[in-house]
Design a binder for this molecule. Sequence first.
Ligand code: DWN
Length: 409
Amino acid sequence: MANGKENEMKCRLCGETDLQLVIDLGKLPLSNSFLVSPHDPEELYPLRLVFCPECSLVQISETVPPEKLFSHYNYFSSMSQTMGAHAKDLVGKTIASRKLDEHSRVVELASNDGYLLQYFQQAGITNVLGIDPARNVAQVAIDKGVPTLCEFFNEQLAETLPKADVILALNVLGHVPDLNGFVRGIQKMLKSNGMAIVEVPYIRNLVECCEPDTVYFEHFSYFSLTSLINLFKWNGLIVARAKKIDIHGGSLRLWITHPTPFPPHDRYGVEGLREREVQLGVNRIEYYRWFPVQVDEMLRALKAKLLALKAQGKQIIAYGAAAKGVQLLNYLKMDSSVIDYVVDSTPAKIGRYLPGSRIKIVPPEQFGNPDCVLLTAWNFSAEIESKHPEFRGEWIMPNEKLQPTMEYA
Ligand code: DWN
């Protein structure tokens, strides 16, 4: 199926060159590069998802330089109470299960604005360090008293830092072109009896709930448990436990350790989840064959619905200038002739325009009185809807298979 740039690339995990095309999503702008003016020029890149038959890693064929994507970043994790509650819950469970105390060292990779480490500090675990390459976001963490190193994490940096009892890496693994170097860094920085906790969006949700809007240039890789087991095993670590969680449209949470002489018998859900992937064929290209058809059907149905509502004279807005929202509106080829504006609470985004669709971003105070709201940040639909109890119109989910995070809201 490969035909195009995927022929020239090597799998980011195993180096395989025979990568197979899953879906070609066209030429698109960077999803977090918001425009100051609706007339600003923007760079477009080919967005193709490919599958590696050797190690099962799904990945995009384009590698936009991380410096271009992450050195100045418009995503602040603290903008969502749901994400904050998710982080606080994980911190509490980690402190208890690892019996952490004031001597314990905790490092978070891609620590963003300190949204998670702050909860360790509040619990008396003060030996914490955040590492994040986005200077504007890291400064917010530093200003709130979270020690933060503004760097890209890698093996070389890891060798200069003290070892940690706990390393957290939530929603970062997919953002790293050099997967093996990143994981070798974790291997080097993790104490022999330490634990790394990793969260990544789960490829089964991407395919089975039809989430093409979660595919964008920041996300180089899209993980199955099969590919993650390979990634950690090939870099001297093991997946000791695995669990499906519902954050960000459906994710995997992994507990990673150094190999131990007596690994847990059933490895806490790892074997069950991995065997299920084998049953479904997640490690074979056939599993992905219908995804492009599903995506086409979903986009056609959603576009028809929105255009019909517009033809009836309805006012339609979107909620969430999320990266996924940028992608969805660009896949739909929607602009302000259909979607009047996008509501978002992120100061760095307000007043700017979405890449591609060039729809204006307004603060929640300007929610207005629309007839319909397209939930472009559908993963947080419960929290968003709870903030507008006065709204009597229609909240529109991009498709009915999506699973928003309902807890914490
Ligand atoms: O991997 C990534 C995930 C974890 O977060 C990053 N590469 C980028 C980012 O993806 P996203 O932009 O799609 O994430 P969110 O968290 O789904 O974006 C939600 C957007 O909605 C944010 O811009 C904040 C906004 N929001 C809001 O305005 N009011 C969110 C909530 C919950 C709200 O109440």
